[in-house]
Design a binder for this molecule. Structure first.
Ligand code: ASP
Ligand code: MG
Length: 453
């Protein structure tokens, strides 16, 4: 079997649903399981509706209702489908009223709220697939074995899901059913609806693929795969043919917006290939993600940048040769549950980066007992993902480019075995640096983009 996951823009309206249904039909001999996101921007609409209910006690779900009812109509779906959809819309309205009355929107309520997007989309698409002769059945993920912890808004699947998913899906597939499963959502042991975090339906798809031993997980997007750089920054960016799970995870984490960063985890455990394809351009080969690459590539596979990063410089106020300094520093970060991204150390100082979203006052106070702390905001991480074995050349060329631009590199970090070389520049300079690096590693037809003899 295979898994085919379609994101919001791939099922955004009746036309797109018809189009991807043909893609599915063509893959029928490979026994697909479909995983769907909410239609278009429905998740955002739902969150907006909740904000309005909360702040202004206004119940407004016109956009959501319109999109789904119009799609049903345009797909020529009949009354029974509308009868399946209306109760969900009614339940959603009740929930919005509830939010407006209790004036509270907890993580738990938010997850329940956004779940309507995926629950609506699978029902509509499955109904349409039946009208074109496929034996499709819509499933809420909890009816397909998804069981998560109760960490609302970014839940993790519990290990039981590994056996529950194939137990429910395999008999269906073998019986000739085409399961159409909600991405993104799950349920905890108490029956509360949870979500796997924004963009989490990628992870739903790879979880099914890995747990069921699929031949591959196809993740259908609206871009031609993982690109060498963000096309909004670099016009010349082009799709990368193949990357490893590790490379894809680093790219996702450090700013490439194609995949949810945790997407690769299940499939890297089982070695199941993940294929990123474009539903607006299905003829394009896409990007293949596997454990190892069979072809030799240039030193750099892709470049990303992440803005809004805070750099923290911590200089020990104690003597040289003290031990336990790093431990104390990291315990402080653990205490405030702040995740650190990049780290560089010397004997007496440590620099690290984190997302700007944290309030660092308490942390700074704690650390000030053992160190001088400087917090610098407005930074960006530029990440080169590729062969760290060739890092000397990569660093030489990258620093050369920054020097030519007159842009100081403020921190560097490179893991020992992994695939990521990152450095910090000012937010405002990131785009320029990415463009210069893209030129060096991907555009100039010199030796730099290739192996030096
Ligand atoms: N619909 C959810 C979101 O927009 C999940 C997803 O699309 O993967 O974040
Ligand atoms: Mg979406």
């Amino acid at each position: 079997m295979i898994v085919m996951k379609f994101g919001g823009s791939s099922v955004a309206n009746a036309e797109r649903i018809r189009y991807v249904s043909d893609l599915v039909k063509a893959e029928l001999p490979r026994k697909p399981v479909l995983v769907l996101s909410a239609m278009g921007d429905t998740t955002d609409y739902l969150l907006e509706a909740a904000e309005r209910a909360l702040k202004d006690a206004i119940i407004s779900m016109d956009k959501i209702e319109e999109l789904h009812l119009k799609t049903i109509k345009e797909l020529g779906l009949t009354a029974p489908v509308a009868e399946e959809i209306r109760p969900l819309l009614g339940e959603l309205r009740d929930l919005l009223v509830g939010i407006s009355l209790i004036k509270e929107l907890t993580g738990r309520t938010k997850d329940y709220l956004v779940s309507f997007g995926e629950r609506l989309s699978v029902r509509i698409v499955a109904a349409y697939l039946r009208t074109i002769g496929l034996h499709a059945r819509a499933l809420d993920s909890w009816d397909a074995g998804f069981l998560s912890d109760s960490n609302f808004t970014s839940a993790e699947l519990l290990p039981d899901s590994w056996s529950l998913i194939p137990q429910t899906l395999t008999p269906l597939i073998e019986g000739g059913t085409l399961p159409v499963v909600t991405g993104f959502i799950a349920r905890d042991r108490d029956g509360n609806i949870t979500t796997l975090g924004r963009g989490g339906s990628d992870l739903s798809a790879t979880s099914i693929a890995a747990a069921c031993g699929a031949e591959e997980a196809q993740v259908w997007k609206d871009v031609d795969g993982i690109l060498t750089a963000d096309p909004r920054l670099v016009e010349q960016a082009f799709p990368v043919e193949a990357v490893t799970y590790d490379e894809a995870a680093e790219l996702a984490y450090f700013g490439a917006q194609v995949l949810h960063p945790r997407t690769m985890q299940p499939c890297s455990r089982t070695g199941t290939p993940v294929l990123v394809k474009n539903s607006y351009n299905p003829g394009a080969p896409g990007t293949r993600i596997t454990a190892a690459l069979d072809k030799k590539t240039g030193p750099v596979q892709a470049i990303t940048s992440r803005k809004n990063v805070t750099l923290v410089d911590i200089v020990s106020s104690r003597m040289l040769g003290q031990y336990g300094f790093l431990e104390e520093v990291f315990s402080a970060f653990a205490k405030y549950r702040i995740s650190v991204d990049m780290v560089a150390t010397s004997e007496v100082s440590i620099s690290l980066t984190l997302d700007a979203a944290h309030d660092l006052e308490c942390l700074k106070k704690d650390l000030s007992r053992i160190a001088a702390v400087k917090i610098k905001t407005g930074k960006a991480i530029v990440t080169l993902v590729g062969d760290v074995g060739r890092s000397s050349g990569i660093l030489a060329q990258s620093f050369g480019a920054c020097a030519d631009l007159g842009i100081p590199v403020q921190m560097v970090s490179q893991g020992a075995s992994k695939v990521n070389i990152s450095f910090i520049v000012n937010d405002t300079q990131a785009a320029e640096v990415v463009r210069a690096l893209h030129r060096i590693f991907f555009e100039e037809n010199t030796q730099s983009g290739k192996e030096k003899p």
